[in-house]
Write a protein that binds this ligand. Structure first.
Ligand code: ZN
Length: 279
């Protein structure tokens, strides 16, 4: 089926009590691996790419690759801009027909975050989903690290959502990007944000969180959980192991297929962990 709007993924997950995984792609192997897992589990999903990873190929290439691979898939999937750190990135992703957008001005002071997120909302048709971030998520991923990390203030959540018109709220409640040893969800804070926010929440940094925490997120109106490092690591590990086993290894297609299988495994496990009811 064609790509669906992020709104459709949110609505279907909310109605069915599901949490959508949001998996970052970079290339064809990652895309094939993600979609194979989605087809196995049947849970609506986001496939996403951040501007840092678009630098290899461009937004149009990612759109063509993802939408072509999904042509014969009957699970709803939205194509999402992850960490749009500028309005130019938003513009480029929309021009390439992405169906869901994140504006991330969370590192700026509150008023500036509201101002720019509001412009992103004006640029993004309301038929497409918008994600904005309140509080700043720490950790390091692909050499992008925020200047500082700050927890989401529950007292600002309702006002921020109303002022920006965002459809999903990315929160910083102990989650961190990448593999940070001290990443852990503060569930008391998450509950306070959930109670204050009129829209569903997004948790970034899914790779670094223990399964037991991921499995509880559906109780907290979390609709989207981002997972990136796990997929990248699965691909890099597969190639590294092939080289270590045989430094003269030259079957790129065999190792690439192994990488696809490794990514499928990771994505399938994460979707099932996030959705204990699907098992
Ligand atoms: Zn993130």
């Amino acid at each position: 089926m064609p790509l669906v709007s992020g709104i459709e993924v949110i609505n279907e997950c909310t109605t069915r009590g599901l949490v959508a995984g949001a998996f970052n792609t970079t290339n064809i192997e990652t895309t094939m691996g993600i979609v194979a897992a989605i087809e196995k589990v049947g849970v609506p999903t986001f496939i996403q790419v951040a501007p840092t990873n678009v630098s290899l190929s461009g937004f149009e290439y990612i759109y063509d690759m993802v939408s072509r691979r999904l042509e014969h898939t009957d699970v709803p999937v939205a194509l999402h801009l992850d960490h749009g750190k500028s309005l130019d990135a938003v513009k480029d992703a929309l021009a390439a027909d992405f169906t869901s957008i994140m504006i991330d001005y969370s590192e700026y002071p509150y008023d500036e975050n509201v101002r720019v997120s509001k412009i992103a909302r004006e640029m993004t048709p309301t038929t497409l989903a918008l994600e904005a971030e309140l509080g700043s998520i720490g950790g390091k991923e692909d050499d992008v690290a925020p200047e500082f990390a700050a927890h989401t203030n529950p007292q600002q959540a309702a006002e921020f959502v109303a002022a920006t018109g965002t459809d999903m709220l990315a929160v910083s409640v102990g989650n961190q990007h990448g593999y940070m040893p001290n990443a852990a969800i503060d569930f008391d804070l998450l509950a306070q944000v959930r109670d204050a926010s009129p829209v569903p929440l997004v948790i970034h940094g899914g790779s670094g969180l223990p399964d037991a925490q991921l499995a509880r997120l559906h109780e907290f109106n979390v609709v989207k959980v981002n997972v990136a490092s796990d997929l990248r690591n699965a691909m890099i590990r597969t190639f590294g192991e092939a080289y270590n086993a045989n430094p003269k290894e030259a079957s790129l297609i065999r190792v690439s297929k192994d990488a696809v299988a490794a990514i499928t495994d990771v994505v399938e496990k994460r979707i099932r962990t996030l959705n204990p009811s699907v098992a």
